[in-house]
Every structure is written in C-alpha cells, then in structure tokens.
Design a protein around this ligand. Structure first.
Ligand SMILES: [Zn+2]
Length: 108
C-alpha cells in the first residue's frame, strides 16, 4: 500500500526548482523513494542514437525525471493547491482536502 499522499493520476503543482508553478498529472509514484513522475515536469533531454535497420531517427528524446513529493502540492479540484488530510472510515483511509474538505478519490 502506498504511503504517499500523492497518487498516480493526481494533478499536482510544482513548488520548487526550474519547473516551479507548473501543474501536471502524476504519471507514476514511487512510494519507496518518496518521488513522483509528473507529466512535463523536470524533462530531461536524452540523446537517442539511430539503430541501423530501424526507421527510428537518432536525435533528442524528452523524458520526465522523478521529483520529490515534498516539492509538489496536490491540486484540489474544488479550491486549488491543497494540503492533503486523511479521514478514516472503517478500514479505509480517505484522502481529503484540508482546506475545503473535498474527498480526493484514488483513481486506479
Ligand atoms: Zn479543496
């Protein structure tokens, strides 16, 4: 079970670094590392060499790098940038926006 308060498919806002202020969708979460991969955030350019016999061209490919979850904030669909709280109902731990109380569903 994920120990992160930010999950895949969440929309987050970047708080620090070169991509500060950007919002993006979480592509992957790495709970053991405490990092997330956010769409269009911390994009690194990688040089791709062309392979003989293939149609793929050599050149520059862009790929996201994981960033620490402490550097992003979850965007609440109701009120914007939010802090995540938890509400325990029975055996399930529901994520809620601390600001407005909106329940933040965990998409699968
Ligand atoms: Zn909210």
């Amino acid at each position: 079970m994920s120990s992160l308060s930010i999950h895949r498919n969440d929309t987050v806002k970047v708080l620090t670094g070169a991509d500060r202020g950007k919002t993006g969708r979480v592509l992957r979460a790495f709970p053991d590392k405490g990092t997330v991969l956010v769409e269009h955030v911390r994009v690194v350019k990688k040089t791709v060499s062309s392979k003989s016999g293939q149609r793929t061209k050599g050149g520059i490919a862009e790929q996201e790098s994981p960033i620490n979850v402490s550097n992003v904030a979850l965007v609440c669909p109701t009120c914007g940038v939010a802090r995540v709280g938890f509400k325990t109902e029975g055996t399930t731990r529901q994520r809620v926006c601390k600001k407005c109380g909106t329940e933040l569903p965990t998409k699968k």
